[in-house]
Design a protein around this ligand. Structure first.
Ligand code: NAD
Ligand code: DAU
Length: 352
């Protein structure tokens, strides 16, 4: 079996669902269920003995030691993190707790476990750390996309904490021989995305008749990837990646934020037109920029393509259309996830 951390979050949840749709190999899913963790995402697995959910913190050494000893996973895929840049600006401490200290403690449990494996088990064992393109900082317009050897230049508390965790993972490979893999992925979107991030926020605000907040001039560029393509890339790296190596994962889909928002409005105009006959674009509002806002991210995923044959399946248009349809068809999931705590966050961050 494999152990997944953060498997009740956006990407981890999609990963667990996709894995169990394709393989019979069970998953132990360790998740602390922060505001971003949602077991409703995994409701279709209720009663499925291949999914063992454990409510707990990656930094709880005795718990993780016991889980490893009991289930003896052949691999760990580490998604658990505080993942929202805006939240990291308001309160960085949670990011240090989970992304840095939590990853450190998890690595220590893994080191103990790995040390007790037989030679055969050790040669097969993998620890895959899910990182981000944000650790490389911001690209100038026209600069070549990030490669795996780009310099680390994190600019937000979130990206700094992810960079720190990457360095720990690397060190646990070189110092202790843990067979680690690191992936750097660009911006994901798709089903079960928590509506504090741009794409689900815009879909839900549009439907609710609220403003669509664009930070600054809206010309910041992100490289968007459909979440299921990210999950496929992780499965491929887990299967065939070389221990100690890092792999970039991206969509070859660089888009300025304003274009993303306009495309979302266009899909909504087609599938759920406003009742007053106006276009959703009328709801766009330019608001104060995010402090330290990175201008551009772009990923060169050529290594993953050349060495392991992975490429995304979805185009930006097909993935975005699927995503809009998914949110329109899953209003109950949305309603349940936008709890009181979520509404407080929106009030605190965007004001009235
Ligand atoms: P998310 O915020 O949706 O989910 C994070 C999950 O981790 C939640 O289920 C939460 O409950 C859990 N968690 C948080 N702290 C924990 C702890 N201490 N112990 C156990 N569980 C804990 O995040 P996401 O968007 O799914 O991102 C998953 C991973 O992918 C993160 O490591 C993130 O840095 C990385 N990543 C995300 C993106 C993106 O676009 N969302 C892109 C590249 C990389
Ligand atoms: O690049 C990978 C990263 O992508 C991941 O590591 C992070 O976990 C993930 O959250 C995401 O970070 P971003 O900051 O790029 O995502 P977010 O959806 O918060 O913002 C996307 C862009 O949209 C960014 O330039 C900020 C802008 N934005 C965001 C919000 C929430 C707005 O203009 N308005 C908004 O209200």
């Amino acid at each position: 079996m494999i152990l997944v951390t953060g498997g009740a979050g956006f990407i981890g949840g999609n990963f667990v669902l996709d894995w169990l749709a394709q393989y019979d190999e069970p998953i132990v899913n360790l998740d602390r269920l922060t505001y971003a963790g949602n077991l409703e995402t995994l409701q279709s697995l209720d009663g499925d003995s291949r999914h063992i959910f454990v409510h707990g913190d990656i930094g709880d050494g005795p718990l993780v030691d016991a889980l490893l000893a009991t289930h003896r996973p052949r691999a760990i895929v580490h998604f658990a993190a505080e993942s929202h840049v805006d939240r990291s600006l308001h309160g960085p401490e949670d990011f240090i707790h989970t992304n840095v200290t939590g990853t450190f403690r998890l690595l220590e449990s893994v080191r103990r476990y790995f040390g007790g494996l037989s030679d055969g088990e050790r040669s097969l064992f993998r620890f895959l750390h899910v990182s981000t393109d944000e650790v490389f900082g911001s690209l100038a317009p026209g600069a070549a996309p990030f490669t795996e050897t780009s310099t680390y230049e994190p600019n937000s508390p979130y990206s700094a904490s992810k960079a720190a965790s990457d360095h720990l993972v690397r060190a646990w490979h070189f110092s202790y021989g843990v067979p680690t893999l690191i992936t750097h992925c660009s911006n994901n979107y798709g089903p079960y995305h928590f509506p504090e991030k741009l794409i689900p926020l815009v879909i839900l605000n549009a439907l609710a008749g609220k403003g669509l907040p664009i930070y600054g001039d809206g010309l910041q560029v992100r490289d968007w990837l459909y979440v299921k393509d990210h999950c496929a890339a992780i499965r491929r790296v887990l299967e065939a990646g070389t221990p100690g190596e890092a792999y970039n994962i991206g969509g070859w889909n660089e888009k300025p934020n304003i274009e993303v928002v306009r495309t979302l409005c266009h899909h909504l105009d087609r599938f759920r037109p406003r009742t007053d006959g106006k276009l959703y674009e009328a709801q766009i509002r330019y608001v104060t920029d995010r402090p330290g806002h990175d201008r551009r991210y772009a990923i060169d995923a050529g290594k993953l393509y050349r060495e392991l044959g992975w490429r995304p399946v979805e185009t930006f248009d097909s993935g975005l259309e699927k995503t809009v349809r998914w949110y329109l068809d899953h209003s109950q999931w949305v309603e349940n996830v936008t709890s009181g705590a979520y509404r407080q966050w929106v009030q605190r961050h965007y004001g009235s």
